[in-house]
Design a protein around this ligand. Structure first.
Ligand code: NAD
Length: 229
């Protein structure tokens, strides 16, 4: 941490778990137990039943609006200020990293608080141009990731010295391929997760525990250049 010039972080739903947002898997004991996510989060599901899809996203948007960033989000925001170069790549759609103060954020899977035209993809409050339904600006199953976000994330993986991978099961590609790309280019990969994941056996270091505890502890190991000058 002290030596790294460029630190990148890849985060997933687990980083928001301590804020009270269910992860993909926990969610299966809740609303997702009743619906197959692929029946809700796909373009064809939206074409079949936009109301069902919107009900699901309205519920999730409301949850996101009532929770607060946690110590893990705040530690990543503070880390950005302490290292020479930093990029946060997130699979989360909840905007909590930005609310915690992170500035350099790439959202691989969109943002649940935004909407876009379901036909043209432009981000507007309502589509005055073509009249198509508006939909959440998130990446659904069967959809491609935003090209600019993916290319910024891959660029960071190729050039960072250290990649922190927090709160992700590392099963959803292409995000799950970023740690391997970073390692191939010589970066050190550190996993932060209370449970074993698809990445655990390949990571250079595994820190077992909740990100709300581990990330602030890691931050303590990096001195604050603003205090030294
Ligand atoms: P996932 O549900 O597949 O995996 C969550 C991971 O977080 C697990 O490995 C789990 O062990 C770990 N975890 C649980 N509590 C943790 C904690 N306190 N600290 C650190 N780690 C913890 O989530 P994923 O890998 O992000 O992939 C699922 C997909 O679902 C993503 O595409 C994401 O966009 C979407 N999603 C987003 C949100 C959100 O924005 N908050 C919530 C649910 C799902």
């Amino acid at each position: 941490m002290q030596r790294a010039r460029f630190v990148a972080a890849l985060t997933g739903a687990g980083v928001s778990a301590e804020s009270g947002l269910a992860t993909f898997r926990d969610a299966q004991t809740g609303l997702w137990a009743r619906f197959d996510p692929r029946e809700i989060a796909t373009p064809s599901a939206f074409a079949r039943n936009p109301k069902l899809v919107w009900d699901w996203y309205a519920w999730r948007r409301e949850r996101v609006g009532t929770v607060q960033p946690n110590a893990g989000h705040r530690a990543l925001a503070e880390l950005e200020a302490r290292v020479p170069e930093f990029l946060l790549v997130t699979q989360n759609v909840d905007g909590l990293h930005q609310r915690a103060g992170s500035h350099s954020v790439v959202e691989l899977h969109g943002n649940i608080t935004r909407v876009k035209c379901s036909r043209e993809g432009s981000i507007v409050e309502r589509c005055v141009k073509c009249g198509a339904f508006l939909r959440p600006d998130v990446v659904w199953f069967e959809e491609l990731l935003p090209a600019d976000a993916l290319s910024a994330a891959e660029d960071a993986a190729r050039h960072c010295d250290l990649l922190l991978v927090a709160g992700t099961s590392a099963e959803v590609y292409p995000a799950a391929g970023l740690p391997m790309l970073a390692q191939e280019r010589g970066a050190t990969v550190v996993e932060i997760n209370p449970n074993a994941t698809a990445l655990s056996s390949r990571a250079d270091y595994v820190l077992r525990g909740p990100s709300g505890k581990i990330l602030p502890a890691l931050l303590d190991s990096v001195s604050d250049p603003r205090r030294e000058s």
